[in-house]
Ligand binder design. Structure first.
Ligand code: ATP
Ligand code: MG
Length: 464
């Protein structure tokens, strides 16, 4: 077995992408110095695969552009350019020193330095503040990041209260790294979060959303969300989720509402957005819980509908895209279903209600929801979900109409054949026709639908 990198005093350069080493060599050729630094060094010392190698150098931005004339000036004013080699992007950044942050988000002024130690000192955590000399493999580790890697500890560089007061994003990065690296926060670093939340409040919703999404790549994102809850971060971002903390459920669940959401998210093998839906799926439970005298247990009637109402403002203020918002809210709204041998018609109506494009997501969420109940009575077998999938496949294979677009007649036909005027009536008629066809797919046939339309139009007229 090879020992992990952090036990050794030098870095094994054999793991480094040759093109990254080539960039460092070009800089040396121009009389400059260069180091590999940041997340790539950290992850490599942990024995993880690396996707992005970042380079720090004492070359000034103008000099960088001379050495790499075709570099993309991605953040030239902060000293960052992107060098593309054989389709791969490498960030090359001029060494920067500490500066002041008066808005809690961005440094007031960037000042370039020629000392790698000063550059490492402005970085957030000790494990992110290790540099490698690409010629010798010598490690520059002034804050003992390797010790913290070995101990799986996330520790701020320097005074954590000062560092978190400079830049509000760091507390959220702390929570994220606890999940992605499976590390624990060093106690003083953790304790510094609560007193610096005023700075965290200044972080834009987009950046919070991006951190949430990155957090979802962890095996257990719940680790980050527990840090967010216990430190106060979540109270700023999503107080709605705190309502479920310690809220007992019923005999079907081992966990309170909050922990069930976390367990469901961890068990959810889908993409980040699906995992966010899993985290939020029961957000309506606290406001719907009632004690039933009959069963002597709690019920959560309507929590799916109430949950969707609560989830919408959450994902709106976190600035999710329209598609992601619609997806999360729909999954919260429709997460609850109990298949027990439904009729074909019931399956067709279910697909129509949840939306055909949500069916796969709901399978994954449903399975995660079951696992997330924990080892209780609730851990039933999977067969209802397997049976539902088979039934849905059969219904879809039959090609029955599941939306008004699948009907063999459309609004034009209603106008041409029956003289209906453009307007609301057309949509209402098509919806009513879909109901007919959902009940009996054989009715999806031109003559039959036109006959039904006449009847529907008469009824609509009577109502008017
Ligand atoms: P990953 O790419 O896996 O998210 P990373 O550590 O590479 O992790 P990046 O956001 O790519 O994170 O940043 C690269 C490096 O820049 C970090 O390792 C850290 O040294 C430094 N850094 C990034 N963001 C901050 C910040 N807000 N404050 C201080 N240093 C930071
Ligand atoms: Mg990175």
């Amino acid at each position: 077995m090879t020992s992990l990198g952090y036990h050794s005093s030098t870095f094994d350069l054999a793991h480094v992408a040759t093109d990254a080493l080539g960039i460092c060599e070009r800089l040396r050729g121009a009389g400059k110095r260069a180091w590999l630094v940041g997340g790539c060094v950290r992850d490599s010392l942990l024995g993880k695969p690396i996707s992005d190698w970042d380079v720090a150098t004492d070359a000034l931005p103008s000099e960088l552009m001379k050495v790499f004339p075709r570099a993309i000036p991605t953040g030239l004013q902060h000293g960052t350019v992107t060098v593309v080699v054989r389709g791969h992007h490498y960030e090359v950044t001029t060494l920067r020193g500490e500066t002041t942050y008066s808005d809690g988000r961005r440094p007031d002024a960037v000042h370039f330095v020629d000392d790698i130690i000063a550059d490492l000192a402005r970085r957030d955590f000790t494990v992110n503040a290790i540099a490698v000399n690409p010629e010798t493999g010598a490690l520059v580790d002034p804050f003992h990041g390797r010790q913290d890697l070995a101990a799986k500890t996330l520790r701020a560089v320097g005074n954590p209260i000062e560092r978190f007061s400079e830049d509000g994003l760091r507390v959220l990065r702390a929570a994220r790294f606890c999940a992605t690296l499976e590390f624990e926060l060093e106690p003083a670093t953790f304790a510094a979060i609560a007193p610096t939340l005023a700075t965290f409040r200044k972080v834009s919703a987009e950046r919070v959303r991006d951190e949430w999404i990155k957090t979802m790549k962890a095996k257990e994102p719940s680790r980050a969300f527990e840090v967010m809850r216990t430190s106060g971060i979540l109270g700023v971002t999503c107080p709605e989720l705190l309502e479920g903390v310690d809220m007992v459920q019923n005999k079907w669940h081992s966990f309170d509402v909050w922990r069930h959401g976390l367990a469901c998210m961890d068990a959810c093998a889908g993409d980040p957005v699906l995992r966010i839906a899993a985290l939020l799926h029961d957000v309506g439970k606290p406001r719907s819980r009632q004690f039933s005298a009959k069963t002597q247990d709690y019920t959560f009637y309507d929590h799916d509908r109430i949950g969707a109402e609560i989830a919408l403002p959450i994902v709106t203020r976190l600035r999710f895209s329209n598609d992601d918002r619609a997806r999360i809210v729909a999954l919260v709204r429709h997460h609850l279903f109990h298949y027990d041998g439904w009729s074909d018609q019931a399956v067709r109506r279910w697909i129509k209600r949840v939306g055909r494009n949500r069916v796969e997501d709901l399978y994954v969420l449903n399975e995660a929801d079951r696992v997330g109940k924990g080892p209780t009575l609730g851990e039933g077998d999977l067969s209802p979900l397997v049976a539902l999938k088979l039934h849905v496949d059969k219904v879809l294979a039959e090609g029955a109409a599941l939306s008004t677009r699948d009907l063999v007649i459309n609004g034009n036909d209603l106008m041409k054949e029956l003289g209906v005027k453009p307007g609301r009536t057309i949509g209402q008629t098509l919806e009513a026709l879909l109901e007919v066809v959902l009940a009996d797919p054989s009715q999806n046939e031109r003559a039959a639908l036109l006959a039904w339309s006449r009847e529907i139009l008469r009824e609509l007229q009577d109502q008017a």
